[in-house]
Design a protein around this ligand. Structure first.
Ligand SMILES: Nc1ncnc2c1ncn2[C@@H]1O[C@H](COP(=O)(O)OP(=O)(O)O)[C@@H](O)[C@H]1O
Ligand SMILES: [Mg+2]
Length: 247
């Protein structure tokens, strides 16, 4: 169980996230939607540890992880991909995937628990997440945008996460890449909790068992896809009355 209790994040005068409480069951498939600036990426950063909350508590099971940074959260099984591709320059796709399979130990980098052979594991990750073999020994700046996004997902999966946080993973993908991505996400281990921020409604309603609608840093609606689709408030705040929500 992954939970947020009264979590807030302020940037100066801006309340990016305001007193949000949420619980995610193991294996939950959750989409977060909402207008630009609603606080979706900020919420994901709070969950992944990239940003510290200004108040509230975050727990994974019984462990209070409120103050833990992203590496320590990744060690506990929480990983994330970013809205804007976040890859290391200078290392090839294969090198990055191998590195992602390692964990910092007392005497330098060691294999993460459960990763028998980081070379083999890196290759299977790249293959599973759709990075074509011809791109494995290429640096990220020379990969296509779609390949970069695939690589980023492969890296997020390297640590066998319990909670996978994805921020608009399909932005900028071609139709075919998008379809492949949706299929890969659908095939993830059902024990993994997946929290996905997306704008694409086909993706959201195809993937999610639960949809959280954010507006102005708060959770406005939290329900099944059907409940959210029929919710008038959602139509008002998100789609503009009578717009997309009636699809
Ligand atoms: N690093 C930052 N510094 C200052 N304000 C920020 C920062 N990141 C986000 N914000 C502000 O926080 C609010 C929520 O942003 P964000 O979480 O990116 O929303 P979303 O992902 O839903 O579009 C916005 O008003 C945004 O301008
Ligand atoms: Mg965002």
């Amino acid at each position: 169980m992954f939970s947020l209790e009264g979590v807030s994040l302020r940037y100066g005068g801006v309340r990016a996230v305001s007193d949000v409480s949420l619980t995610f069951e193991p294996g939950a498939r959750v989409a977060i939607i909402g207008p630009n600036g609603a606080g979706k990426s900020s919420l994901l950063s709070l969950m992944g540890g990239q940003t510290r909350s200004t108040s509230g508590r975050i727990r994974l099971g019984e462990v209070d992880i409120t103050r833990l940074g992203p590496y320590r959260r990744a060690n506990l099984g929480i990983t994330r991909s970013f809205q804007i591709t976040n890859l290391m320059e200078g290392l090839t796709a294969r090198e990055q995937a191998e590195l992602a399979c390692l964990t910092p130990g007392r005497r330098g980098w060691v294999r993460a628990r459960g990763n028998q052979d980081s070379k083999q594991r890196a290759e299977s990750l790249l293959a599973d997440w759709g990075v074509p073999q011809r791109a494995w020994d290429v640096r990220p700046e020379s990969l296509s945008y779609g390949q970069q996004r695939s690589l980023e997902l492969a890296l997020a999966m390297a640590r066998s996460p319990k909670v996978l946080l994805l921020d608009e993973p399909n932005v900028g993908l071609t139709g075919a890449e998008n379809t492949a991505l949706v299929e890969r996400i659908a095939q993830l281990d059902p024990k993994i909790t997946v929290v996905l921020v997306a704008h694409d409604m086909d993706m959201v309603f195809g993937f999610a068992q639960r949809v959280i609608v954010m507006a102005r840093g708060k959770v406005a609606v939290d329900g099944t896809p059907d409940e959210v689709r029929k919710n008038q408030l959602v139509a008002d705040i998100y789609f503009g009355t009578g717009g997309e929500a009636s699809k």
